[in-house]
Design a protein around this ligand. Structure first.
Ligand code: SF4
Length: 355
């Protein structure tokens, strides 16, 4: 048992989807949270130095965040093992074995708090997971833990409601942690709508995907993600691709893609996956096939720690430019307007230059 009532949470992996819950839960029990700093180039290279090159980028980033917490002097670090989130629905082996990996590569003397959630096994459900999360702090009272979990769900649901209303991820997270809830009047439209398909730990890590939301917004593009969808919509999306759910994160990949492929307001899809990710390579392959059948433009972006911003932007710009041109030509095709070749009036230019 530790007397230090502080828990370090690495800003990586399931942090991006689950932090509102953890925040509500731990603070309700009087456990102070210390977060690692946002990802930098250094975080990536520190984490990458601990594992073999083939390891996917999110894991390298996660390890970099653990080192960052150690540098901050945090003694208890939260590394949950999220095995299975529903019966027979599993996470990838790297997520499942995260505490083992961390213990093997981190040599510093820190207390790794490693609860297991395995809804495919007996007695490894949410309550057991939460009890294991706080037992090192001497918190064992069942009612207290259950009450704190209600507070966790409250913060999480507020976050979800705001994100679903169309509010940006960052804003929804900020308000939820402040205990506020607003519904954004999401009436703003843009000439192009794009669905971004990826895991939370890729999309919302501003260093890993180089502020892709800001970049798209600056290109006059409205972005839709899995956070706008309900579980039912994502489950229908998986079925629409002729698949069954197996991977835990299939909702945010296949399910989201399946949903937006059917949505006529969406002009194109962008998938972002980490180099070396086994589950994503399967899921993106299916999405690519279905996008072709649906005649929906798709851009597949792969990221690793070497991905340069210039090349990333060039590919994004080229794709968005293509979507604008396609939309323009579709609009003309479906209207009475005839498309003329544009011939510049050079005689006017010459007159101006001569005068
Ligand atoms: S799902 Fe892919 S990106 Fe995520 S941890 Fe597993 S291998 Fe890495």
């Amino acid at each position: 048992m530790t007397k230090d009532m502080t828990i370090g949470i690495p800003r990586g992996m399931s942090f991006y989807n689950n932090y509102p819950f953890w925040y509500g839960f731990f603070t309700a029990l009087g456990v102070k949270i210390v977060l690692s700093d946002p990802t930098t180039k250094q975080t990536m290279s520190d984490g990458a130095a601990l594992v073999v090159t083939e390891t996917c980028l999110p894991i390298k980033i996660y390890l970099g965040h653990i080192l960052n917490l150690i540098q901050k002097g945090v003694k208890n670090i939260y590394v949950p093992s999220l095995q299975s989130i529903a019966p027979k629905i599993y996470n990838c082996s790297k997520i499942r074995g995260l505490p083992d990996l961390v213990r093997n590569v981190i040599k510093e003397d820190v207390n790794i708090i490693e609860p297991t959630l395995d809804k495919s096994a007996k007695n490894q459900g949410l309550y057991e997971f939460l009890a294991e999360s706080v037992k090192d702090f001497g918190i064992t009272n069942k009612d207290e833990i259950k009450k704190a979990s209600k507070q966790g769900w409250r913060v999480y649901n507020n976050f979800l409601v705001m994100a679903r209303s169309g509010m940006s991820y960052k804003k929804a997270m900020k308000y939820a942690l402040e205990g506020k809830i607003f519904i954004e009047e999401n009436t703003k439209t843009a000439p192009i709508n794009v669905a971004l398909i990826s895991h939370g730990y890729n999309m919302y890590d501003e260093r890993a995907t180089m502020k892709i939301f800001d970049k798209l917004e600056n290109m006059d593009v409205k972005v839709f993600t899995s956070l706008r969808l309900t579980d039912e919509q994502m489950a229908e999306g998986i079925a629409a691709l002729g698949q069954k759910r197996y991977w835990a994160n299939e909702h945010e990949m296949t399910g989201t893609a399946g949903h937006y492929l059917k949505d006529n307001n969406i002009d194109g899809l962008i998938t972002i996956n980490a180099f070396g990710c086994g589950p994503d390579s399967l899921m993106v392959e299916r999405i690519t096939r279905k996008a072709k059948e649906a005649n929906k433009p798709l851009l597949v972006l792969t990221i690793d720690e070497q991905t340069g911003e210039a090349g990333f932007i060039t590919r994004l710009e080229a794709f968005i430019d293509m979507l604008f041109r396609k939309k323009r030509s579709d609009l003309i095709k479906n209207s009475d307007v005839e498309e003329y070749d544009y011939t510049p009036q050079t005689n006017i230019c010459e007159t101006i230059l001569e005068s």
